[in-house]
Write a protein that binds this ligand. Structure first.
Ligand SMILES: Nc1ncnc2c1ncn2[C@@H]1O[C@H](COP(=O)(O)OP(=O)(O)OP(=O)(O)O)[C@@H](O)[C@H]1O
Length: 321
């Protein structure tokens, strides 16, 4: 995908400046409570990560925000409108990228984008140019005139992102946007998403690739069992949060025996890459290394084993194992 700025569609009127707010959202499917009590804020100009285990209700919530599912309860505003009472207003202001992009397989990417431009009522003479701009942005020019069914999963994801941007929406709802992308496309996706936020759009992004989200997100909303369990700015997560640290020494046996002696709990399986322990910040890590070295353990590495987002996620789900 391209490093260029995201091209705007000047005739559209993005609702930049208005993001998403939701409170007490509930949605059931028969006996299954998919979303029990979720709330979140995704402000304009920021990327908000929606993080939670499989089956925690992320996709269901995104579908509600995207007007594609009616909630049983909840107060929701998306780009200044209520998705239940004003679905058309919301739809004209959001870009929706589902986790699997479905389209008419015999159309070409260019035709898909022109079709979507027509559906959003962009002026007829803009359809071709808009498709061209977005095909360039997501690097699909070479495949622009091949049928969609020849595209790989990652290429379809990129087309899905282009499709979500056709009408220059002020709010973007992206379900697992990095799934299937190769490393270069992931880096480029990060750049595009940051650019979209820098232009004042609100982005809500669900993903399991936490290292990925950490690079792009300003805020994180943690959900579990259909409920929001935590919501904060990522900068607030950093200083003293308990997280796994990796220790490596020239003699792993003596490291393990000293950790045991010091009462430090090892998490996971020790392996050639080292031994993971849960520590609360730099101070505790420095004290532990000092104690190990004092006891003759030849430590060669001590560093956080996971990013802050991953650490917060592991802490949240610790009780489930
Ligand atoms: N149409 C449906 N009918 C019945 N149950 C459903 C339906 N859609 C979702 N569910 C259930 O609701 C719960 C939440 O599903 P959802 O897809 O929202 O989770 P998720 O957090 O997006 O999961 P994943 O990370 O695996 O994509 C799950 O238990 C799921 O089985």
């Amino acid at each position: 995908m391209g490093e260029t700025a995201v091209p705007a569609a000047p005739e559209a009127s993005p609702a930049a400046g208005e993001g998403i707010s939701a409170a007490h959202v509930r949605r059931t499917f028969g006996n299954v409570v998919a979303v029990d009590d979720m709330g979140l804020t995704a402000p304009a100009g920021q990327v908000t990560a929606l993080v939670g285990p499989n089956g925690s209700g992320k996709t269901t919530l995104l579908l509600v925000l995207a007007t594609l599912l009616v909630p049983d309860a909840g107060e929701i505003r998306v780009a200044g409108h209520d998705p239940v009472r004003e679905p058309r207003e919301v739809r004209s202001r959001i870009g929706w990228m589902p986790d699997a992009f479905g389209t008419y397989d015999t159309l070409t990417p260019r035709e898909v984008l022109q079709f979507v431009a027509a559906a959003y009522r962009l002026p007829r003479d803009r359809h071709a140019a808009r498709a061209r701009e977005l095909l360039a942005l997501v690097h699909l020019e070479d495949l622009a005139d091949r049928p969609v069914h020849v595209l790989s999963r990652g290429q379809k994801q990129r087309l899905g992102l282009a499709r979500a941007l056709v009408h220059d929406p002020g709010v973007l709802l992206l379900d697992e946007p990095a799934a299937g992308l190769d490393p270069r496309s992931r880096i480029e996706l990060r750049g595009i998403l940051r650019d979209l936020a820098a232009d004042g759009r609100a982005l809500l992004v669900s993903s399991h690739v936490l290292a990925e989200l950490e690079e792009i997100a300003d805020r994180a909303v943690f959900v579990d069992g259909g409920r929001t369990v935590d919501e904060h700015d990522l900068t607030e997560l950093r200083p003293t949060q308990r997280r796994p640290w990796r220790l490596r020494s020239l003699d792993q046996e003596s490291l393990l025996s000293r950790l045991d002696g010091l009462g430090v709990t090892v998490t996971g399986q020790p392996g050639p890459a080292g031994v993971d322990v849960m520590l609360a910040g730099d101070e505790e890590a420095a004290d532990l290394v000092a104690a190990l070295v004092r006891d003759g353990v030849r430590v060669v590495e001590c560093a956080p084993a996971a990013g802050t987002l991953e650490a917060a996620y592991l802490e949240m789900t610790e009780g489930r194992r």
